[in-house]
Design a protein around this ligand. Structure first.
Ligand code: PMV
Length: 321
């Protein structure tokens, strides 16, 4: 059976940085994210009898060795669950630049988990699908459920997974993805995160995170946008402080990243409310309410450093198409 799916990226408002278990990708803290709608990965998987090796195509080209291995390793997990040995044909495309801090591994690994498990005729429930996606790429577990999502840290493989806390129609928020450069980041999140503990503020961050997790759920429940924005920026800056103070130090921002961050802050003083968030890359996410979306896009597009502003909103998680 050939199965085609779409999985969106997700944006963590309370982020994770650091793992308790590398192999199982158990994070050092729980995180809270929003699942987007349009920006993501489309993936097709078919297990074919007689095929000697997995065939993997990404964005129309045969996958390089590293990417191919990540996909094959994940297919191997699915084959083990199913108890068969058929090799697969995989085609995956992203509708945004990959490896530039926009969570391409979250959407692509969530999509691969759903497509491969369905193609193998494994009918996993949402929790088990999220656990499967987590093993391929931690944040991918958050691209399975819809809406406002918590990735419960858990203690091990069984209880570390993501679930919806509020559905997508609870609150109409907009997310602008500001692409400043399609340059690939030099240090990926898996590698960078291994050194998180060398930061002198890592433990401090962990101490405050549980409090932030319970606060953000209350904020979303009462739909307090200003407080949501403040806690989002605070957590983003705190995570980047850990990155910058770990050894060796990691600085993902470019001068244009800082320029846009400052503009977003300045515009707020004029009453145009948007808040930024940044992952492992130079590009920026801006969250806003619907009435400010057009004006923010208009202003962002005026900068020559801005290649593109993609608009998205909160939506469904991974799904069959
Ligand atoms: O799970 P990964 O390897 O995609 O790492 C995600 C890391 C951040 O995007 C920086 C934080 C997060 O919680 O999404």
């Amino acid at each position: 059976m050939k199965v085609k799916v779409f999985a969106p990226i997700n944006l963590a408002l309370i982020k994770y940085w650091g793992k308790d278990n590398e192999l199982l990708r158990i994070p050092s803290n729980s995180s809270f994210s929003i699942t987007l709608t349009k920006i993501g990965s489309e993936t097709e998987v078919e297990f074919v009898s007689g095929l000697k090796m997995d065939e993997v195509f990404i964005n129309g080209k045969e996958a390089n060795k590293k990417e191919g291995k990540r996909v094959t390793d994940h297919l191997e997990r699915v084959r083990k669950l199913k108890g068969f040995d058929l090799k697969a044909r995989v085609k995956s495309t992203n509708n945004f630049p990959k490896s530039a801090g926009l969570s391409s591994s979250a959407s692509s690994m969530a999509a691969l988990s759903l497509a491969a498990s369905k193609a193998a005729n494994l009918n996993l429930n949402e929790k088990d699908l999220s656990r499967l996606a987590r093993i391929a790429s931690g944040s991918a577990c958050r691209s399975i459920p819809e809406g406002f999502v918590e990735w419960i840290k858990g203690r091990g493989d069984e209880d570390s997974y993501a679930k919806t806390i509020f559905p997508r129609n609870h609150w109409d928020l907009r997310v602008l993805v500001v692409i400043l450069s399609e340059k690939k980041k030099e240090v990926g999140s898996s590698k960078g995160m291994k050194e998180a503990r060398t930061s002198e503020i890592f433990e401090e961050r962990l101490k405050r995170v549980n409090e932030k997790m319970s606060e953000i759920k209350k904020i979303v429940e009462r739909k307090d946008f200003s407080r949501l924005g403040e806690i989002t920026e605070e957590d983003c800056l705190n995570m980047h402080e850990v990155m910058r103070t770990q050894k060796p130090s990691l600085v993902y921002w470019l001068p244009e990243t800082v320029k846009i961050m400052r503009k977003v802050i300045d515009w707020r003083k004029e009453g145009l409310e948007g808040y930024f968030s940044i992952n492992t890359g130079q590009n920026i996410f801006v969250i806003c309410e619907p009435e400010n979306e057009d004006e923010l896009v208009k202003r962002l597009e005026k900068f020559e450093e801005v290649i593109e502003v993609k608009r998205d909103r909160i939506g469904k998680g991974a799904r069959i198409i």
